[in-house]
Design a protein around this ligand. Structure first.
Ligand code: SF4
Ligand SMILES: [Zn+2]
Length: 372
């Protein structure tokens, strides 16, 4: 795993920084602020089953709160600002009320013990969810029959000072924090995905979580913009090995879907990027399988959002692959995955070469921006 932490030379570091700044400016400029704020009501509620790292399956209620969104919306693939109140700020009362409504059980709703409460951003960023509201939510959750609460945050917000009172307020409820680290490879994570996560922040957050008995839920991306499908498989396999080495037993793989107002979409419109082939997703799962307990975020493969472009293959195999990945994500059994189709592209294993990837990224940006 030497390449993950390789210090960049000054010249290479400056070149990478310049590309990162271009991508940040582009990512922010593509985002749009909705003219009329959405109502304070969750934008998504669903029930399913989820397998934990030990193999046990739990009923889950998954809620995406209507929020002001992520305070650091730099990531090249992230579509959340299309759906929430990005640009309108946080609404403390609205969040409190939404959570109270979600926790009020009805006779008709499916049983669940895990509650995933997402806010399209960082639950522990005080600008997104006020500290008082965080603690109110913990107390509300503790007063119900929920056994496990899942929230998400960038690791920079995961400090002992923030988490200790929250964990205390949760009482017996097990907290799990999702971290979209996306890739163990610095260039991929910090520049191509353009997320604000350094290796040091990530590893220190894992220590904070572990010290407080909090579980980490790690998301890795399959095919960030500017990577080829073959590089994407290597990236996922290396990244799974990296987080497993850090003691995290489970990863959730997120195949990139392309949504408007993102860099990924913009690159696709210019003919320089496509979502991963579904067979690439299968190869990434197969490569990561023996390193950790793996599941795939199936919402990234089929959805009700008709504007987005999802990973695909051919009409003869696409539905079978998605069904196989859904079944695998619950059972962890590789035999659920289909083995072949005439459309399956040859995929050779390839190493990640920073110079090649950086040069390609710069050249794609130049071409799309009309500078080449
Ligand atoms: S940090 Fe998370 S919510 Fe914010 S832009 Fe990146 S992926 Fe989206
Ligand atoms: Zn096919």
């Amino acid at each position: 795993m030497t390449s993950y932490a390789t210090p960049v030379t000054t010249a290479a570091g400056a070149a990478e920084k310049a590309v990162r700044q271009r991508i940040t400016t582009l990512s922010r400029s593509l985002r749009q602020v909705t003219s009329v704020a959405h109502l304070q009501k969750p934008r998504f509620v669903d029930y399913d089953s989820i397998r934990d790292a030990a193999g046990a399956v739990h009923g889950r209620k998954k809620v995406i709160l209507m929020s002001g969104g992520c305070s650091i919306p730099t990531c090249t693939m992230c579509p959340f600002t299309n759906y929430n109140n990005h640009g309108h700020g946080a609404n403390a009362e609205g969040l409190r009320t939404q959570v109270a409504t979600m926790l009020a059980r009805t006779d008709t709703e499916p049983d669940y013990t895990t509650l995933a409460l997402y806010n399209d951003g960082n639950f522990f960023a005080p600008r997104e969810v006020l500290v008082d509201v965080q603690l109110d939510i913990a107390r509300q959750v503790a007063a119900t029959g929920v056994r496990r609460l899942v929230v998400e945050s960038l690791p920079g917000f995961l400090t002992a000072a923030t988490l200790s009172p929250f964990v205390e307020a949760l009482g017996d409820v097990q907290l799990e924090v999702g971290i979209g680290v996306q890739s163990a490879h610095r260039l991929v994570r910090e520049t191509l995905v353009n997320t604000r996560i350094t290796q040091r922040q990530f590893e220190s957050a894992l220590t904070v979580l572990s010290d407080l008995g909090v579980l980490a839920k790690i998301y890795l991306m399959i095919k960030p913009p500017f990577l080829t499908d073959a590089e994407a498989v290597t990236d996922v396999v290396d990244s799974t090995a990296y987080v497993a080495d850090l003691g995290v037993g489970q990863v959730t793989l997120c195949p990139t879907r392309l949504a408007p107002n993102t860099v990924a979409w913009w690159l696709h419109q210019h003919g320089h990027y496509a979502a991963p082939n579904l067979w690439t997703v299968v190869d990434a799962v197969r490569g990561a399988h023996d390193k950790a307990s793996v599941r795939v975020a199936c919402i990234n493969m089929r959805g009700s959002d008709f504007e987005s472009l999802y990973p695909d293959s051919c009409p003869a195999c696409a539905d079978d692959i998605v069904a196989g990945l859904v079944a695998y994500s619950i059972s962890g059994d590789l035999t659920e995955l289909p083995t072949g189709c005439g459309c399956r592209p040859p995929l050779e294993s390839v190493a990640l070469d920073e110079q090649t990837i950086l040069a390609r990224t710069r050249s794609i940006l130049d071409l799309c921006e009309g500078l080449a």
